[in-house]
Design a protein around this ligand. Structure first.
Ligand code: APR
Length: 280
C-alpha cells in the first residue's frame, strides 16, 4: 500500500490520507475491530471509563471485584448481579449509533472483509451489518443455555426471566442447572467463530479499531495480526494498545461518532451516512 503519512494527533492530514487511500480503491478488504466505546452514545455505558463505566458503577452489587459480574465461577455461586446488569444491557431498548451505520456503509460498498466486535448489544446487527460479516467475539444475548448440561433455553422464557429478574434454571427436571446467555464470561473460551476468523486481519488492506481499550485478550491481539504494510486507524477517545506504534498507524482521537463523521466527510460519504443512520 502507498505509504500513509505518519500520524498526527489532530487527525487532520492523516484522515485525508486514509480517505484518499480508500477513494483510490486501495482498501477493498477492511477489517473493523470494536468495543463498548462505539455504543456509549447509544446510551450503553462502557466498562472501564472512569465514573461512567460499568465497572465503576457495580459497587451497589457488592461484588468482590467489578469483573466478577462476568466471571463464570462467581456466576455459579451468585448469578443475581449478572441478571441485574442484564436487565440494563438487554438488547432491544437501544438504537445503533452513526458509528454502527458507518460499518454498515462499508459493507454496503463491498469493502468490509469482517467486523470483529467485543460488544454483546447486537447493535451491529440492528444497524444492518450482514450476520456473516460479524464476529461476536464475546458472544451475545442471541442464545442462552444451561451452564451444566448445555441444553438450549427458549428465548421468550429468557426475556421473561430478565424482565422479572428471576434467575432462570434448566428446563430438564433432572438437571435444573443455571441458565446463562451465550456471552463469553471471564474463564470461558471464545467461540470457534473467533478462532476460525482471527487470521483475517493478516489478509486485510486496512484496519479500523474503534471504541475499545484493547485490554482483554485474545481480542486485543487482533490489530497486531495486520501486516506491516496495512494502515491501521484508531478512532477512540484515547490511544490504546500498540496503535500508533507503526509508521502507517493513524490516530483519530476523540468521540468515535465525530471521528467517523470526519472520515466519512473526507470520503464524500457524509450525506449518504447520515441518511443511512436516519433510517436505522
Ligand atoms: N468515542 C470514542 N471512544 C470511546 C467512547 C466514545 N464515545 N466512549 C468510550 N470510548 C473508549 C474508552 O476511552 C475506552 O478506550 O472506548 C474504550 C472502552 O473500553 P472498555 O470500557 O474497556 O470496553 P471494551 O474495550 O469493549 O472492553 C473489552 O472487557 O469486560 C470485558 O468482555 C468485556 O467486551 C468487554 C471487554
Amino acid at each position: 500500500a502507498e505509504h500513509v503519512p505518519p500520524r498526527t494527533l489532530d487527525g487532520g492530514r492523516t484522515v485525508e490520507a486514509i480517505a484518499k487511500y480508500i477513494r483510490d480503491g486501495k482498501a477493498k478488504k477492511i477489517v473493523v475491530m470494536s468495543g463498548a466505546g462505539i455504543s456509549t452514545s447509544a446510551g450503553i455505558p462502557d466498562f472501564r471509563s472512569p465514573n461512567t463505566g460499568l465497572y465503576a458503577n457495580l459497587a451497589r452489587l457488592n461484588l468482590p471485584y467489578a469483573e466478577a459480574v462476568f466471571d463464570i465461577s462467581y456466576f455459579r455461586t451468585n448469578p443475581l448481579p449478572f441478571y441485574i446488569l442484564a436487565q440494563e444491557l438487554y438488547p432491544g431498548r437501544y438504537r445503533p449509533t452513526i458509528t454502527h451505520s458507518f460499518i454498515k456503509l462499508l459493507s454496503d460498498k463491498g469493502l468490509l472483509l469482517k467486523h470483529f466486535t467485543q460488544n454483546i448489544d447486537c447493535l451491529e446487527r440492528q444497524a444492518g451489518v450482514p450476520g456473516e460479516k460479524i464476529v461476536e467475539a464475546h458472544g451475545s444475548f442471541a442464545r442462552q443455555s444451561c451452564v451444566v448440561c448445555k441444553s438450549p433455553y427458549p428465548a421468550d422464557r429468557m426475556l421473561e426471566a430478565v424482565r422479572k429478574m428471576d434467575v432462570p434454571h434448566c428446563l430438564r427436571p433432572e438437571c435444573e442447572g443455571l441458565v446463562k446467555p451465550e456471552i463469553v464470561f471471564f474463564g470461558e473460551s471464545l467461540p470457534d467463530e473467533f478462532h476460525d476468523n482471527k487470521h483475517l486481519p493478516s489478509e486485510a488492506d486496512l484496519c479500523i479499531v474503534m471504541g475499545t481499550s484493547l485490554t482483554v485478550q485474545p481480542f486485543a491481539s487482533l490489530p497486531g495480526f495486520c501486516s506491516e504494510s496495512t494502515p491501521r486507524v484508531l478512532i477512540n477517545l484515547e490511544q490504546v494498545g500498540s496503535m500508533g506504534s507503526r509508521p502507517d498507524d493513524v490516530l483519530i482521537l476523540g468521540d468515535c461518532d465525530a471521528g467517523v463523521r470526519r472520515l466519512a466527510s473526507a470520503l464524500g460519504w457524509l450525506d449518504e451516512l447520515e441518511a443511512l443512520w436516519k433510517e436505522t
